[in-house]
Design a binder for this molecule. Structure first.
Ligand code: SAH
Length: 347
């Protein structure tokens, strides 16, 4: 037994292989022990004692210095379309939400990277109570492990489109990518990871430098600064033209095709004129646009754009050579859709 609290110990699920190597070597063990440890942690082991491949003495010493973070499932909701949403309880009682979606090409998991959010977008439920705290890489990975266990499946795609702003918890998100894609662990292709951001320009540049294979999605939601600033306060700091410049640089450097998310709000950003403005903005960019009908949130007064108007909007964008998908809103009946992930703490 050890008496140290988790606050003083290292969370193994949040550690990259290099960090684990450093730890094991500092403990006087050979580096290959780190490989073994990393593989077991990647497979989701939740207790150091269970890693029988490691010598008993090493496990004992390790447990004095480290632990494995183990968030638990508080609530499960299953949608008619097979989507599963879970409310995950973190060690301090804070809840975050994560969603498992089954597509033809495999299983996609959408995770939260922060409890709450400080970006303040007007139509988004996750930000209404501000930011509670950042999640560690281990807490993000735990959401994946819990959903895979529940759905008895293996994730093929990861999207950071749950609660929080990934670029506002950048170092932990970078660790997450490193850990998940490591060839000695889960080997998730970085091309199967998508980071969605409200447009924090310096971090878009940094992402291109550090992880050129990772996909970038930009939450745009309006074709001009005046309206975007009303919907998304971050636009006052990084205007549309600054975001577009960074996205173009990102695309040129990485060769990845950017996605723009555009939440359609009736009478606010969905006119034919808006479609033309958006078309001109994204013209010649080889961009993809994802139109998302607004999900009405508690206390929200805006309404989603009607299906026919969305199609009209899509057709105009197509004329500019832009590919457009209308997001199939999986899990709407369980509040699992975008912007409905919120801090609904019911402990
Ligand atoms: N902070 C990141 C990721 C989280 S939001 C970002 O801003 O991209 C994931 C996507 O859902 C974003 O495009 C967001 O704008 C959208 N979204 C948020 N609330 C929504 C709502 N009520 N209806 C439809 N889409 C919403």
């Amino acid at each position: 037994m050890n008496n140290s609290s988790n606050a003083e110990r290292l969370d193994l699920r949040s550690m990259t292989l290099d960090e684990m190597k450093e730890l094991t070597v500092n403990m006087g063990e050979s580096a290959y022990r780190a490989d073994q440890l990393f593989l077991h942690i990647s497979r989701g082991v939740s207790n150091i004692e269970e890693i029988k491949q490691l010598p008993v003495s090493f496990r004992k010493e390790l447990a004095k210095l480290a632990y494995i973070v183990t968030p638990t499932i508080h609530t499960v909701r299953k949608s008619k379309d097979g989507t599963i949403k879970i409310l995950v309880r973190l060690h301090d009682g804070i809840m975050v939400e994560s969603v498992l979606m089954h597509y033809r090409h495999g299983y996609s998991i959408c995770i939260s990277c922060q409890a709450g959010c400080r970006m303040g977008c007007s139509f988004c439920a996750s930000t209404k109570k501000g930011l509670a705290r950042n999640l560690s890489a281990g807490e993000m990975i735990s959401q994946i492990l819990l959903l895979e266990q529940l759905g008895n499946c293996h994730m093929s795609n990861l999207v950071l489109m749950g609660m929080g702003e990934p670029m506002d918890n950048f170092e932990n998100v970078c660790n997450l990518i490193d850990i998940l894609s490591d060839a000695k662990g889960r080997k998730l292709s970085r091309r199967n990871i998508t980071i969605s951001t409200c447009g924090i320009v310096p971090k878009i540049r940094e992402l291109a430098e550090r992880f050129p294979q990772v996909n970038l999605a930009i939450s745009l939601h309006a074709p001009d600064d005046e309206r975007r600033s009303m919907l998304m306060p971050i636009n006052k700091k990084y205007s549309i033209s600054e975001v577009m410049k960074a996205v173009k640089e990102h695309a040129a450097k990485t060769g990845r095709r950017p996605t723009f998310e555009y939440t359609m709000v009736s009478g606010e950003n969905d006119s034919e004129k808006d479609a033309h403005k958006l078309g001109q903005l994204l013209n010649k960019m080889n961009a993809h646009v994802n139109l998302i009908p607004l999900h009405i949130i508690e206390g929200g007064k805006s309404l989603p754009t009607k299906k026919n108007d969305i199609i009209r909007f899509q057709n105009i964008l197509n004329k500019y050579g832009i590919t457009v998908t209308i997001r199939r809103s999986l899990g709407q009946d369980i509040d699992g859709a975008c912007g409905q992930l919120k801090l609904s703490v019911k402990i």
